[in-house]
Ligand binder design. Structure first.
Ligand code: NZQ
Ligand code: ZN
Length: 386
């Protein structure tokens, strides 16, 4: 196992009715900015419950954070934070709202420099951020319990991530009953995103870390068992709860300690979203099967472990077991309603040229756990999903 330094201070309030419990967690006397998206929270009771919980606080609202949150939109929120002397933020929504809130929290205290530098430096230049909490409505990203954020600059079609220990949520509410109103597309997206988060941390090469491996395999098996049930039994609260906790555990840092990490699929996928507006998870469903195939030799030991322990594949020679595990992965994504081929989104080979050019322009040509996913490897992976 590799050395590690693990820190996760986010308090989790899990279960039905937990929104009411945030009242004492928001400092009395705080001037709160409540940030949310396009209005889903007004259709499922979340908005009213949050307002009731904060009825004793001063609350100003900022609506309209879009999926793949835009820097341009978030800078408007930063201006409100400064003008209204806001000292606590509350994100209410999916990963985009929480990620956007993290950026606002950091940008509000960034001083006189251009806040886009936060994204350019990946967050290394953040020295402080406003405190914030979250109420999660879409299990997928893990943003509710991690220190990462992804922001898109619409004007330049750049989608960039940053990380900083200053942007862990102080608390996050996970009420699985609030996910009942999710469109099936977002349910499928969430399961696929969480699944790929586990794969990015698990499917690399062995470092004798059986705790992390079995934790990761437990999450993958849970998502494979419970994910399809969210589609067939959408009102099943237990299923929703298990998917929600799986997604949080997939990217709160626990399974990634002390092991090599990949993230090539995510970096390539971000370019697909920036160029063609695919949903985040849709890009992952397209890229991951190809990446696993192209990097088969470097990942061989873990691919065989994955085939055996997650998919129960024990027949045939090594190459056929690996091919079968990758095929099962692709069909699981399809089963969740997320197409795994570029053609499923109306794209053809010209999209591959554009993605590869963007990776080169953004100097993202040494990806993966061995830094050997270059432009040619990214192209080869995408060509397998035409
Ligand atoms: O905007 P509203 O009206 O709220 O509607 C949203 C949005 O249209 C809707 N929605 C959310 N909860 C709902 C609901 N609709 C009905 N009922 C509910 N309960 O769902 C749509 C998508 O929301 P969004 O927040 O964009 O989805 P998601 O949570 O998948 O977040 C995706 C973003 O997170 C980033 C992605 O790149 C993307 O920008 N990621 C963040 C990560 C992190 N912070 O660690 C890691 C991930 O890999 C990912 O990159
Ligand atoms: Zn993701």
């Amino acid at each position: 196992m590799l050395n590690f330094d693990f820190h996760n201070p986010t308090q989790i309030l899990f279960g039905q009715g937990q929104i009411a419990a945030i009242t004492p967690l928001v400092p009395a006397g705080a001037r709160v900015l409540m940030l949310y998206g396009g209005g889903s929270i007004k259709r499922n009771g979340v908005y009213e419950e949050v307002k009731a919980a904060l009825s004793g606080h001063t609350v100003i609202e900022f609506a309209g954070i879009e999926p793949n949150p835009h820097y341009e939109t978030l800078m408007k929120a930063v201006a409100i934070v400064k003008a209204e002397k806001i000292d606590f933020l509350l994100a209410v929504g999916g990963g985009s709202v929480i990620d956007g809130t993290k950026f606002v929290a950091a940008a509000a205290l960034f001083g006189e420099e251009d806040p886009w530098l936060i994204l350019k430096k990946g967050g290394a230049n953040i020295n402080a951020a406003l405190p914030f909490g979250s109420v999660l409505t879409l299990p997928a990203t893990g943003s509710e319990m991690n220190a990462a954020s992804v922001v898109t600059r619409a004007a330049t079609q750049e989608k960039r991530a940053f990380h900083s220990r200053h942007v862990f949520p102080k608390f996050s509410v996970l009420d699985p009953s609030k996910t009942f109103t999710l469109p099936l597309r977002q349910v499928g997206n969430g399961v696929v995103d969480a699944f790929v988060h586990v794969m990015e941390q698990y499917l690399t090469y062995p470092v004798n870390a059986p705790v992390q491996d079995r934790w990761a395999e437990g999450l993958l098996l849970t998502l494979i068992e419970e994910g399809p049930k969210t589609l067939s039994e959408p009102e099943n609260l237990d299923v929703r709860a298990n998917v929600m906790w799986s997604a949080t555990m997939a990217l709160n840092g626990v399974i990634g300690v002390g092991v090599p990490q990949d993230w090539a699929t995510h970096m390539i996928g971000h370019e697909l979203t920036a160029l063609y507006q695919l949903d985040h998870a849709q890009t992952l469903a397209v890229v991951l099967p190809g990446i696993l195939t192209v990097r088969k030799e470097a990942k061989r030991a873990k691919l065989l472990q994955y085939a055996a322990r997650v998919w129960g594949i024990s027949e045939g020679d090594e190459d056929s077991r690996i091919a079968a595990a990758i095929a099962r992965t692709r069909s699981f994504f399809e089963q969740m309603g997320v197409p795994t081929r570029l053609s499923g989104y109306g794209l053809d080979a010209s999209a591959i040229d554009a993605v590869v050019a963007a990776l080169e322009a953004h100097k993202l040509v040494k990806l993966g756990e061995h830094r050997d996913v270059d432009a040619a490897a990214a192209r080869a992976a995408l060509e397998l999903s035409l």
